[in-house]
Design a protein around this ligand. Structure first.
Ligand code: ADP
Ligand code: LRH
Length: 497
């Protein structure tokens, strides 16, 4: 069969990309066509998506793809992070500027929600971890501060769906990303209407849900004109970036729960693939989430604050005029003293700080540990703490599933941090297999390839990824020192309650 090209638009926390996935002889090659910056824009003290800027960058990337791959292009699909949304009026006007989930307006909204509906009931109705970034709390914040705008909304689209609407005119919400909203019922697979009614959130604006791989229609005429693309399909991939990444984990063991994954980037999403949502008291107590995957699978996982800790330290140094790239920061961490200070990466103070270094220092001061001062000390503290948190979450995953985990796959940009990869193997004391870096992009285009009939199953998607990309294995080392550090880490978490 001649090669086929599927275009993936992947919007990440630091940059967005238009990617071309070229499928030939059961191998996929992913090519970056165009990269553009992304990130929240501060508008009058609030954090917003730059949707118009992104749309024009996407159009530019699509034009470049059309020039290069022309008639080979079969379809296009968009993925990005979960929980954020756009509202359209009846006349299809964008209502307000979509918020970025790190905007602080959701502070206090979890308490408001549980004052209306008991927390365990919210978990039973959604199966989702409690994080104030969730769409549920964003909508509650809007209900509190901007009810007029919310009431004008005719349709709510999650951000990838919004870009699919711009591409094709379709108004649906794709399932995997919908599960991140905490507005979806994991048993019925439909919106949690009853919960939303109890929280007085309008439900008429919630569109039809579609599964990953759904054909949404062809490109709008104006998009074809502007990009030079022909009348190709717009296909919903697993629009939640983490779901796309998990689809592309190069395991040969689909269906067997003895492997875990971390999708490592701005966040570290650590979990296992299960066939049914894991609900119940323990999952609730441990604040685990059940997010939708491909073919009815669920991603039983936990959000860990991830390399955001490092990104934000880097940004602080840059603001002060010191350019330190990730390689330089990791080298400095390698040379820094081991286990000097540890933090719980998931302490809420790290979610949206003005200066990440000050928050890390504050945490260390409060817990009577040496305060990091140098870039190497900050980054070493972040990486060791992340690796220890991974071990903790791994233990909880084993407890929740009753299955020992024998191997950990790590995918995403975070795998470029080899120090963290080795720390993770040491801390978890199981082999770690890293790669591919571009799991999200690969998952995106391969789900489109499946919609086109070129691939048949999730297992085959993973086989193609295995055939096409390199992985690296890290064996555990230094067991004794890491066990000792784990004890210290546990004491920190216990003291924090
Ligand atoms: P996102 O979740 O935003 O899509 P990515 O998967 O692109 O994130 O991963 C971005 C992260 O990868 C950065 O925050 C950084 O910590 C890490 N990273 C990227 N390049 C390197 C590198 N050369 N060395 C170490 N870490 C890196
Ligand atoms: C990772 C991610 C994660 C969500 C967060 C908002 O990019 O999609 O799965 O929880 O962003």
């Amino acid at each position: 069969m001649p090669s086929q090209c599927f275009l993936g638009v992947d919007l990440g926390a630091e940059s967005g990309r238009v990617l071309a996935g070229i499928l030939e002889n059961q191998q996929i090659r992913l090519e970056e066509i165009y990269r553009f910056s992304n990130g929240p824009v501060t508008v009058a003290g609030t954090k917003r998506w730059n949707v118009i800027g992104l749309w024009s960058s996407i159009l530019k990337g699509l034009s470049l793809a059309a020039q290069k791959y022309g008639d080979q292009i079969i379809s296009v699909g968009v993925d990005t992070w979960g929980v954020d949304y756009a509202l359209l009026s009846e006349k299809q006007e964008l209502l307000g500027q979509p918020y970025h989930y790190r905007d602080p307006r959701t502070e206090g909204m979890l308490n408001l929600a549980i004052s209306r509906v008991p927390q365990q009931e919210i978990f039973d109705a959604t199966g989702v971890q409690f994080m104030e970034i969730n769409t549920l709390y964003q909508l509650l914040a809007m209900q509190q501060s901007d009810p007029e705008l919310l009431n004008q909304a005719n349709v709510l689209l999650l951000m990838p769906d919004f870009f699919h609407w711009l591409l094709s005119g379709s108004q649906v919400v794709e399932f995997t990303n919908a599960t991140t909203t905490q507005c979806l019922n994991p048993v019925t697979g439909d919106w949690s209407y009853e919960l939303l009614r109890q929280l007085e959130i309008p439900t008429a604006m919630l569109p039809k849900l579609v599964q990953p791989g759904t054909k949404l229609g062809t490109l709008r005429e104006e998009v074809m004109r502007q990009t030079g693309l022909s009348k190709i399909e717009v296909v919903a991939p697993a629009t939640h970036d983490t779901a796309s990444a998990v689809a592309a984990i190069p395991t040969a063991n689909t269906g067997n729960p003895d492997w875990a994954y971390i999708s490592s980037g701005t966040w570290s999403l650590m979990g296992v693939e299960v066939n049914q949502a894991v609900l119940g008291k323990r999952a609730f107590e441990l604040n685990f989430t059940n997010e939708g995957g491909i073919d009815g699978t669920y991603r039983l996982l936990k959000n860990i604050m991830g390399l955001w800790l490092v990104q934000e330290c880097k940004r602080c140094y840059e603001r002060e005029g010191t350019e330190l790239d990730y390689t330089a920061l990791t080298t400095a961490a390698t040379e820094a003293e081991p286990f000097r200070s540890l933090v719980d990466p998931d302490d809420p103070r790290f979610l949206s700080p003005v200066d990440m270094r000050e928050e890390i220092k504050g945490y260390c001061q409060e817990t009577n540990q040496p305060v990091p001062e140098t870039p190497g000390q900050f980054v070493r503290c972040a990486l060791e703490s992340l690796a220890l948190k991974y071990h903790k979450v791994l233990d909880w995953l084993e407890e929740l599933t009753g299955t020992p985990i024998t191997v950990l796959h790590i995918v995403g940009g975070g795998t470029k941090n080899e120090l963290l990869n080795q720390f993770t193997a040491n801390s978890c004391q199981i082999p770690v297999i890293t790669g591919p870096v571009e799991a999200t992009g690969l998952g995106n285009v391969l789900v489109q390839a499946r919609a086109a009939g070129a691939v048949s199953s999730l297992a085959e998607i993973r086989e193609i990824v295995r055939n096409s990309t390199e992985t690296t294995t890290y064996e555990p080392q230094d067991q004794a020192v890491w066990s000792e550090a784990m004890q210290r880490f546990n004491q920190l978490l216990d003291a924090a309650g």
